[in-house]
Design a protein around this ligand. Structure first.
Ligand SMILES: [Fe+2]
Length: 359
């Protein structure tokens, strides 16, 4: 199996198929806002409790992400710490200005930190992308710096990849500036009148999620949502400003680790997915992606299913059931098909991560 699991469900079936799916929806958990994920446990009886979040989860933060972040920060300090000392590396910055939209400094991270440090960084990011986001690729990582008056106004990154990331090298706790946070539009505000409540306060915090770029915090978000960077105010020293590494995770693909190889798993998985795709095409349209990590026992049985990420968003249409019901129907079908797959026997446990992309 070498291609992305890609499904285009279309609006033929108005009724959700929860009753038909083997499994039962145990509860509606609120969407996790950080690295948490929903867990589906397979039970010997063949009936599974399946937990599906009521809403998708379009962003997450992982604090203390990179073990070598201090080394990258040290390299910044070595280059920029003594402002009177001329160093060739200081000449690398591109001043990027787009009227009323973007103003920042940027440079390719590989050029700045060197090949060896860059490869280590890229490997850490890609490991996380494969295991948690179902992505096998990454764009070249850039580093951006923001000092006084620099910002990004709201925009969407389309098309780039299913996930954008920002890894902060900012000395956030000692900052003297205001601003510099990542802002992401809350998806419910994109359906403004549908979700309008005349009794509710609507201010910046209710419209935009604000994420501080704390040192070594990885922020991962759905780049289809409008997002930006609030204006940095009050700091002119680059080293003391907002400094982040950023890029996009791309190429959703299944990944395999442990005893079960892709070649060994492909026949059983192929049969399950073929039947699953046929069922999914009967369901209403959706966009985004959902990714399932399977723990496969040496016997070949699936022991556990964990949703590692979920931006699955049904395309709203008035004649269809609620978006939550449609999510339930799609994710229950996926979970049922995967939990019932019988893989070949091996001599050890395995993990298979499977992304399902809807467009
Ligand atoms: Fe962006």
């Amino acid at each position: 199996m070498t291609t992305t699991v890609r499904v285009r469900a279309h609006a033929r079936c108005a009724a959700p198929r929860i009753a038909r799916a083997k499994g039962r929806c145990r509860s509606r958990a609120p969407p996790p806002q950080s690295a948490g994920a929903d867990v589906v446990d397979a039970v010997d009886s063949g009936e599974h409790d399946i937990e599906i979040a009521e809403r998708p989860d379009h962003w997450r933060t992982i604090d203390g992400f990179y073990a070598r972040a201090d080394g990258l920060r040290d390299a910044l300090v070595a280059t920029h710490g003594d402002v009177r000392r001329v160093k060739a590396e200081r000449f690398c910055w591109d001043y990027w200005h787009v009227e009323n939209q973007y103003t920042l400094l940027r440079t390719p991270a590989e050029d700045y930190f060197g090949r060896e440090a860059y490869v280590e960084l890229e490997e850490a990011l890609l490991k996380y992308a494969r295991e948690e986001l179902g992505c096998s690729g990454i764009t070249p990582v850039w580093m951006s710096a923001y000092v006084h008056s620099m910002r990004q106004e709201l925009h969407a990154d389309v098309p780039h990849g299913p996930w954008a990331f920002v890894l902060s090298l900012t000395d956030w706790d000692n900052r003297k500036f205001s601003g510099g946070e990542t802002q992401i539009m809350r998806p419910e505000r994109l359906n403004y009148w549908k979700n309008f409540d005349a009794t509710e306060v609507v201010e910046r915090g209710q419209i935009l999620e604000t994420i501080e770029p704390k040192f070594n915090r990885l922020t991962v978000f759905d780049p289809r949502l409008p997002h930006g960077v609030t204006e940095v105010f009050g700091e002119k020293d680059l080293l003391k400003g907002r400094i982040v590494l950023h890029g996009w995770f791309t190429d959703p693909l299944p990944s395999f680790s442990g005893a079960l190889t892709e070649e060994m798993a492909s026949e059983a998985l192929g049969e399950s997915l073929e039947a699953l795709y046929a069922r999914l095409t009967e369901l209403p349209r959706a966009s985004g992606m959902v990714c399932a990590a399977l723990t496969v026992a040496p016997s070949g049985d699936v022991k556990k299913l964990r949703w590692t990420c979920d931006t699955l968003t049904p395309v709203p249409m008035p004649e269809l059931p609620s978006e939550t019901d449609i999510r339930d129907a799609i994710m229950l079908d996926i979970a049922s098909a995967l939990l019932e797959t019988k893989f070949p026997q091996t001599n050890g446990e395995s993990t298979i991560t499977l992304p399902f992309c809807f467009e």
